[in-house]
Structures are given as structure tokens and as C-alpha cells.
Ligand binder design. Sequence first.
Ligand SMILES: [Zn+2]
Length: 341
Amino acid sequence: MPFADILGQERAKRILGRALAENKLPHAYLFYGAEGLGRFKTALTLAQALMCEQGGGDACGACSACTRVGREGHPDVIAVRPESRAGTKEWVVDLKLGTIRIEQVREFQRWIAVRAFEGGWKVGIFEGADRMNQAASNALLKTLEEPPPASLLILISPTRSRLLPTIVSRCQPVHFVPLPRETLETFLAKRGDSPKELLPLVSALSGGRPGKAVQMDLEWVSGVRREWIDRLQSFLISGWGGGLVSFAEDLSRSDRLLDVLDLFEGWYRDVLVCRVSGPERVMNRDYMEEISAAAREQDPMGTISRIDSIRRARREILGAYNLNKQMVMECLLLTLSGSDA
Ligand SMILES: [Zn+2]
């Protein structure tokens, strides 16, 4: 697809467009930013733009080269992804928990060392580059230090800090940012698959990430969301006596705990927004009364510290494999139910 079809990311598109127009591509890019912002799509578009039979520094999206790159079937474009083999003998792609191993990097290096099959560029895309283990990172560093001619490496990671500094310093960074709420809502309205009244909520819950917004489970947003928010409300009203342990237990067992934490964070953000700039920008519109009441009662600093504690809990859950989720949730609920003093 042409660059113009990528939603938002104007700055990233400008950087890449200029590099293509001036024929000054670096040997490696680091596309960093949250999942669902179009990092991989942009990497494929850049590869298409390099191979497109129409030329002109963009992807036509329709020629044979663009089509094959688009469906990851072009011999000169390869995507390397984290893999795991939990429960199976085979290594399978696992973007969430997998690892990019040194064997994968070595195989990639054998591939990129050979001249392009179709005579042009070779493009290697490392999706989940932050999940490279130490050995794989060190091996890849060699390619970054001595890149083969007419080769381009695109590393994709949520942040720069999750990669070795020596790797980061050899890549040109391109930052992917969340879309403004209005842009995302307009896009979702055009697609027409979310009911209009849910658009502000879907847009906000997705954190400005179109990839996440279009995958959002609307039934969950309109149904299960209410159950969790109601439960939080009744817990807050009844205080510690409101079944802290059993609430924490249910939370820690939820297979959508991170989504529930997003909901809780959204709730407190609404309370803050309602207090600071009025009810127009509240996303949980169906809880307007409760949010207005909380906004009147809560000290904004207390609300901010609650948002911080939810974010901290999320980071702890994402950062550790063997974590006692129940304990993290108990701590969080204690903080949320604490007084503002
Ligand atoms: Zn094309």
C-alpha cells in the first residue's frame, strides 16, 4: 500500500519519504512505539517502495513486487519473529512470549549475505526485536557493523531501551506515536463496525492505536467492561471489607487482566478529565453520573497517584514471567481504596 494509506504517523512517513526521494537510506532503521500503530505495515510499505515496479519512491501496492512483499512472499524480503515451543516440538511464532534466537539470526545472515534474487534490495524486518536474547543481539550486531551492500534492516520494538545500546546506536530511530483521538474516531466511524456511541470508548481504550481499536471485542467493551467497572465501584464504596482478596483473586485469574487494568485507568482518567476540563471529554459516557460524583469528591493528586499505581501494576505484570499476580492486585486495590491524605 502507498505511504498515504498508513493512518497517521506523518513524521515517520516524512522521514522515510525523504530518504527514498534522496536515495539516502541508512543501513538500518529502528521503528519504535507501541503495538498497533502500524510499525510492521510501514516496514512492509518501505520494502514495497524499494521494490515497486513503478519506481517513484512509493509503493503502488498493485504490481507483482508490491503484491508479493505485501503477502510476505517476496524472496528478497524476510521477516524474523520471536518464537517459542511451549507444548510443541516445533518452534512457532510467538510475538508475546517468544524469543529471537541466535540460530534465527545466523539463518538471516546467510540469507542477507547472498545477492538479491531479483537484483535490487534485500530487506530484513525484525518484528519483536526487543525479544532478541543476548547471543542473538551480539550476532546481529556484526551485520549492523558491516552491512552487506543494498541491504536494509528494520528493527521493530516498543521502546529503544529494550535493545542493546550498541544496536540502537547503529540504527536510525523512527518514532511511532498514538493517533489523536479525533483522527482515530473518524477512521473508526468510516469503517462503520463499532456503534457510534462506543467510538470514544474504543478510541480511548485502544490508546490511540488503530491496530488495537479494530481488533477490540465490542461485546466485551459494552458488556464485560461494565461488570468490572461495577465491581470496582462497589469495592471502593465498601472499602477493605468489600472482599479485597476475592476481587484480587478474580482479577489475577482473568485472561484479560491487562484490558481490565486499561479500563480502571480509563475510569480514573475520566474522573480527572471531568474535574479539570469538564464532562465533554469523558469516555465512559454511560457512567457520567458516577464519574461526576467522583470528580467532585476526589483530590486530583490522589487520582493521579491512583493512575500511577495502575500503570505500575501493569508494568510489573508485563515485566516478569513468574510473578504473583494476586499479590500485585491486592497491593493495587489497597492503593485504590486508600484515602487521599
Ligand atoms: Zn508496486
